[in-house]
Ligand binder design. Structure first.
Ligand SMILES: Cc1cc2nc3c(=O)[nH]c(=O)nc-3n(C[C@H](O)[C@H](O)[C@H](O)COP(=O)(O)OP(=O)(O)OC[C@H]3O[C@@H](n4cnc5c(N)ncnc54)[C@H](O)[C@@H]3O)c2cc1C
Length: 380
């Protein structure tokens, strides 16, 4: 019996485990998922949660609602992976042998390194509790300057900070606070989105809505006492409320097992998803340093190649299936509107269909139903 072990049960890990359990049912293989958390969170909801309370049952589901009963779930943390002995040391004291391993540990929000989120005026929307805190701050906001800035790149879901800014602007208008508020969006590039054509659209939306854009702002630190955000170049921007996207890095198990790059992300072949320089090891999702966005959609589209290659290897064949980098992204521009982008390794993000369409907005808002009913369960 072969042990196929998936480390990390977020969106990528759970969906891969569910698909593998189905595909390997006639083979002599056991699918094991290592994940300490008992729930799965639909993170795109955070973009809206900052503004409006939503019952948690709508975007958080217990593991047994999303994980197939055919997957062996170990509710513990992986401490160290020994790729030569093919073993994993677990926090529960056990050592697990693997024949094949899939790394799906995601990205860690390195909030400690910022040393600022204890301040009542500094927030983010990348973790559940932080988003609830931000919701409270926005509820009590009476006007002033709101600054939005990432600390580092890459971060999950490249459009999320701009999406948040669009929804924020609408929220302030709805509360009659827009005239009393300056919104500033700071970004490390010369444009508000990495890809020029999408950036054009984002900039147009910013201009139309009076959102100020600060280019080449490389975050360095916050002066909490004087409420200033400071760049590497020494630029200082005042804020009354700061929304600061936390730095992202790889998880401890990746770093301590010597599997990460400088930021702790796993270096994997962008076509086959095999971890470079390691046998019988694959990686998927936000834990990788693949040249694609850190998004659930990218993990979803990459999963097909990973699964096919893994099965080819189990059958003693060459893992030849290639992922072409294809992914899609719905960019929220308001509470009810979105743009649809598609891209791959071969072509940069491009808009398709009618832009800024109400229908895309509706689709994005209701997507969590598709996510929990089909996507994460491995039906699509
Ligand atoms: C505000 C926001 C908006 C977003 N919007 C979108 C969107 O519109 N579209 C989109 O496609 N994506 C979006 N995303 C991104 C998407 O949510 C993530 O890219 C996706 O969840 C990544 O899945 P993952 O499984 O790679 O990582 P995660 O979901 O982070 O899962 C990793 C799992 O690994 C576990 N783990 C870590 N270390 C260990 C260990 N040592 N042992 C065992 N388990 C471990 C963790 O507990 C975690 O459960 C958004 C994200 C945010 C924050």
């Amino acid at each position: 019996m072969k042990n196929i072990v998936i480390v990390g049960g977020g969106f990528a890990g759970i969906s891969i485990a569910n698909k593998l359990a189905k595909k390997l049912r006639r083979k002599d293989a056991k699918v094991i998922l290592i994940e300490p958390k008992e729930i799965n969170i639909y993170e795109p909801q955070f973009v809206f949660l900052g503004f409006k309370n939503t019952p948690q049952s709508k975007f958080i589901k217990p593991m047994n609602k999303v994980l197939s009963g055919k997957v062996n779930w170990l509710r513990t943390t992986a401490l160290k992976i020994d790729s030569e002995k093919r073993t994993i040391a677990l926090a529960n004291g056990d050592t697990l042998h693997y024949d094949y391993i899939v790394l799906a540990t995601g990205a860690k929000m390195d909030v400690e390194s910022v040393n600022a989120y204890d301040d009542e005026n500094i927030h983010h929307f990348y973790l559940l509790d932080a988003t609830k805190k931000l919701q409270e701050a926005l509820k009590n906001f009476k006007g002033g300057t709101i600054v939005i800035s990432p600390t580092t790149v890459p971060y999950k879901c490249p459009p999320a900070p701009a999406e948040f800014t669009f929804v924020l602007e609408k929220f302030l208008r709805q509360r009659n606070l827009r005239d009393k508020t300056t919104i500033k969006y700071l970004y490390p590039l010369m444009r508000p989105y990495p890809e020029p054509r999408v950036s054009e659209k984002v900039q147009k939306n910013f201009d139309e809505r009076g959102i100020e854009f600060g280019e080449f702002f490389n975050y360095e630190t916050v002066d909490k006492k004087n409420s200033k955000i400071i760049s590497l170049e020494g630029e200082e921007i005042d804020y009354d409320l700061l929304v600061l996207i936390p730095p992202h890095k790889g998880h401890k198990v990746i770093i301590e097992s010597g599997l990460g790059d400088r930021e702790g992300f796993v270096s994997a072949n962008k076509f086959t998803l095999k971890v470079n320089d390691h046998e019988n090891m694959y990686a998927i999702g936000d834990c990788t340093n693949l040249p694609i966005s850190k998004s659930g959609a990218a993990a979803h589209f990459a999963s097909d190649a990973l699964i096919k290659n893994l099965i080819l290897e189990i059958d003693g064949k060459e893992p030849t299936k290639k992922y072409n980098g294809f992914t899609v992204c719905f960019v929220v521009t308001s509470f009810r509107r979105s743009l649809l982008l598609v891209f791959s390794y071969k072509y940069p993000p491009r808009k398709i269909g009618l832009h800024n369409l109400f229908l895309y907005g509706l689709f994005k808002k209701s997507f969590k139903i598709v996510y929990f009913k089909a996507l994460i369960r491995g039906y699509l």
